[in-house]
Design a protein. Structure first.
Length: 162
């Protein structure tokens, strides 16, 4: 793992996923966890698995794609970014994927198939960036919108219709 300035991603489409309700102290612990792992080897075998999941060719049934991710090296001294981030949050007991919850005295669970997939993801550390994006525990900030997006100012290339 390496540290790079955020400016490296200035021209990319990006979203920031902020943990909701995490104290400043726990945020620091999450950051310290990640920083302490700078220099770790990247799990290149897991990257191939992730590519197979995200680019479904040859065709693999949707229900089996995530399971294929567990084929990677599994070496604890190697990681992929999403896994490292998930481990950092787990170190302060902050969830990524949905949990069964109780709201107003009523229990809300997760469908059994979904719960099995969530347990598989946690067990094998096969998180993807999308897991943070769709997590009910992170607020999604879109910098383009936050800084005053105005669709009237877009310059369309000739020949592109909306």
């Amino acid at each position: 793992m390496v540290a790079v300035p955020l400016s490296k991603y200035a021209h990319f489409n990006k979203r920031i996923c902020r943990p909701v309700g995490l104290s400043a102290e726990k945020c620091k612990k999450v950051i310290d966890y990640a920083v302490a792992r700078i220099g770790m080897k990247y799990d290149s075998k897991r990257i191939v698995d992730l590519a197979r999941y995200l680019l479904p060719y040859p065709p693999v049934p949707v229900a089996m794609r995530r399971r294929m991710l567990a084929i990677g090296s599994g070496d604890p001294t190697k990681a992929i970014c999403s896994r490292l981030i998930a481990e950092a949050f787990a170190s302060v007991h902050y969830p990524i994927l949905p949990e069964g919850v109780e709201i107003g005295g009523k229990a809300y669970g997760v469908a059994p198939y979904v719960q099995n997939e969530i347990e598989h993801i946690r067990k094998h550390g096969i998180y993807t960036p999308r897991d943070f994006d769709v997590s009910p525990y992170f607020a999604v900030v879109k910098p383009t919108i936050e800084y005053g997006f105005d669709h009237h100012t877009l310059k369309w290339e000739p020949g592109i219709s909306v």
